[in-house]
Design a protein around this ligand. Structure first.
Ligand SMILES: Cc1ncc(COP(=O)(O)O)c(C=O)c1O
Length: 432
């Protein structure tokens, strides 16, 4: 198939779709990551040419319903017009920050974040990614408490820079880079008693995802965050909520910790905050913590690109769209619909599927075996629905679609899932 001239012009007018695909895979193989290129090819991923609303279009012009959502970046779908407009407008005035001047977009976004986050979180440090926000949280916790010990949870995912990696609960990713930060211990996720035992008068902070995302969409028991809050308060330790993936309505409430009515001392944000247009990360914290970090050294923690006007304009527009379009409540309702649809399909294949779980539009399907997830991803892609498994657990297929997804699109996704599992079952039966 020959590409439209407008799309082709981004590459070369002479290349057809197959040649373009071959060229990109070749460059990935030779200049980015040959092993990842092989995996992506195996699953059947093409080249992303255009994104619009809930859909991504590949080099053949084929549309894919995006139920992966850029690992949580595309809560507003692709290229939401209001975010695009805000960023274009900002680009006409100032792109990156000069840093020495005050920056209105950063000021407005910080105030807005303080307004929507749980009580007591009033200050914002802007950065560019989730891992950077986690790095900041660990530094702030150490300086604010004067302590060095950190507690995290098994199976957690907090990013892959050295500090963030130190508190990641997956040995496979940590081991090759040890020694990492000293003084980190891990407890089972969702186990309040284990957390109470691990948090002591020497603990700087307990870091936790309100729902483990990359660990396999694991929802803790009700009251878990509340128990953590109490244990931290008892020992003067800080509670860090890593909301990089659970923010801005993804779980059916503004933030994951709203489900337990808990205010952490520090909260990390990224992914969806940029509206699927700009990269942005943020560390949100209390006045008490900020005083300890910045009172004696206003430049104690900084970032050149952090808080740039383009990213902040995108962040402001994103929160505005979520408010105007009622996307937090929509996520809750659509999440129930999607979980019900997936459960219906899962019931027909209980030999392959163990559980469907999640909150809002952060949904995981757990298979009985690792290999099934990979096969189902490929089958769903064939049917025009994009999904992937979670990074820490290939046995869990994640559904993390834009919060603007419609009931009929949910129906399409669930049907594709059901057909894909059925075909996978047939393939597996032939192999036995
Ligand atoms: C909970 C959580 N924290 C941190 C990160 C790291 O974010 P980034 O990839 O933007 O560095 C992720 C990424 O998936 C995440 O899910």
């Amino acid at each position: 198939m020959v590409l439209e001239v407008a799309e082709l012009s981004r590459y070369t007018r002479l290349m057809d779709a197959d040649a373009l695909f071959a060229d990109v895979v070749d460059k990935y193989t030779n200049h980015i990551n040959p092993y990842l290129a092989k995996l992506m090819q195996f699953a059947g991923f093409g080249v992303e040419m255009r994104g619009e609303g809930c859909y991504v279009y590949d080099q053949d012009g084929k549309a894919y319903l995006d139920c992966l959502g850029g690992y949580g970046c595309f809560s507003l779908g692709h290229r939401h017009p209001k975010v695009v407009e805000a960023v274009k407008h900002q680009l006409d005035h100032m792109g990156l920050s000069g840093k020495a001047f005050f920056n209105k977009q950063g000021a407005d976004l910080a105030a807005k974040i303080a307004e929507i986050t749980p009580e007591g979180l009033e200050y914002v440090f802007f950065c560019n990614s989730g891992a950077e926000a986690v790095e900041g949280a660990l530094k702030f916790a150490k300086k604010a408490t004067g302590r060095t010990k950190l507690v995290s949870t098994d199976n957690s995912f907090h990013g892959k820079t050295l500090g963030a990696l130190s508190v990641m609960g997956r040995e496979k990713y940590r081991k090759p880079f040890e020694p990492l930060l000293p003084g980190v211990s891990f407890v089972p996720f969702g186990d309040s008693d284990a957390a109470r035992k691990a948090i002591t008068d020497e603990t700087a902070a307990f870091i936790v995802e309100p729902i483990q995302g990359e660990g396999g969409i694991i929802v803790p028991p009700v009251g878990y965050l509340y128990d953590l809050r109490q244990a931290c308060d008892k020992h003067g330790a800080l509670l860090i909520a890593d909301e990089v993936q659970t923010l801005l309505g993804r779980t059916g409430k503004w933030f994951g910790c709203n489900h337990d009515g808990v205010s952490p001392d520090l909260m990390t944000l990224a992914k969806a905050l940029g509206g699927g247009i700009m990269p942005i990360g943020a560390l949100v914290g209390t006045k008490t913590v900020w005083e300890k970090i910045y009172a004696d050294s206003p430049l104690s923690h900084t970032s050149t690109f952090g808080g740039n006007p383009l990213a902040c304009a995108a962040g402001l527009a994103t929160i505005q769209v979520i408010e105007e379009e009622g996307l937090v409540e929509r996520s809750r309702k659509m999440g129930l619909l999607m979980q019900a649809g997936l459960k219906q399909a899962a019931d027909k294949h209980s030999d392959l599927i163990k559980e469907v779980r999640g909150r809002g539009l952060l949904i995981g399907v757990e298979f009985q075996m690792d290999e099934v997830g990979e096969l189902v991803v490929a089958q769903m892609l064939k049917r025009g629905v994009c999904v992937a498994y979670t990074l820490n657990n290939p046995r869990i297929l994640r559904f993390e679609p834009p919060l603007i997804i419609t009931p009929s699109e949910i129906e399409i996704a669930c049907l594709a899932f059901e057909e894909s599992v059925a075909e996978t079952a047939e393939i597996l039966a032939m192999l036995v």
